[in-house]
Design a binder for this molecule. Structure first.
Ligand code: FES
Ligand code: FES
Length: 165
């Protein structure tokens, strides 16, 4: 038996036909071709599969695909717009926070969920938001620096918004 689900994926409405037992991770990778959503542990421990659902970072390996119905879903593939990297991606590059890159999509999505919600997070808040994402290359210092840098990159934009309004 298949279920039909409709949801907003990286800014576009889509409909998928899924099995009731399939995870969001499986469906996003295998049906939507979004292989930026990585499978590490498959049991909610590594954060490699992190996506954003309705503004919240979640492990897609722990979510049934059926739970995506009617939701707003963001994956790493939605960060780049018109060939231009998202400022969080730029910060990761600038700070050398990418080694093998396997953890990077999940890290980026956890950072985005935080910065979408909190304009200027404290270091403690950044650490807390990134805690569920493991990096087997152990590049944590650079990763935390990149999120801090992304916070600064975002700040001038906000100031301009205020000035121009
Ligand atoms: S693959 Fe989902 S948390 Fe590791
Ligand atoms: S950069 Fe290799 S796992 Fe994080």
């Amino acid at each position: 038996m298949n279920l039909e689900i409709d949801f907003c994926l990286n800014g576009s409405e889509i409909r998928l036909s899924i099995k009731p037992w399939e995870t969001a991770l499986d469906v996003l990778r295998n049906q939507s071709g979004l292989t930026g959503v990585k499978e590490g542990c498959g049991i909610g421990e590594c954060g490699a599969c992190t996506i954003i659902i309705d503004g919240k970072a979640v492990n897609s390996c722990l979510i049934l695909a059926a739970q995506l119905d009617g939701r707003k879903v963001e994956t790493v593939e939605g960060l780049e717009v018109d060939g231009k990297m998202h400022f969080i991606q730029q910060a990761f590059l600038d700070k050398g926070a990418v080694q093998c890159g396997f953890c990077t999509p999940g890290m980026l999505m956890s950072a985005k969920a935080l910065l979408d919600k909190v304009e200027n997070p404290s270091t403690d808040k950044i650490v807390e938001a990134m805690t569920g994402n493991l990096c087997r290359c152990a590049g944590y210092v650079q990763i935390l620096e990149a999120v801090r840098e992304a916070t600064c990159m975002k700040a001038p934009l906000n100031k301009d918004d205020v000035t121009n309004s």
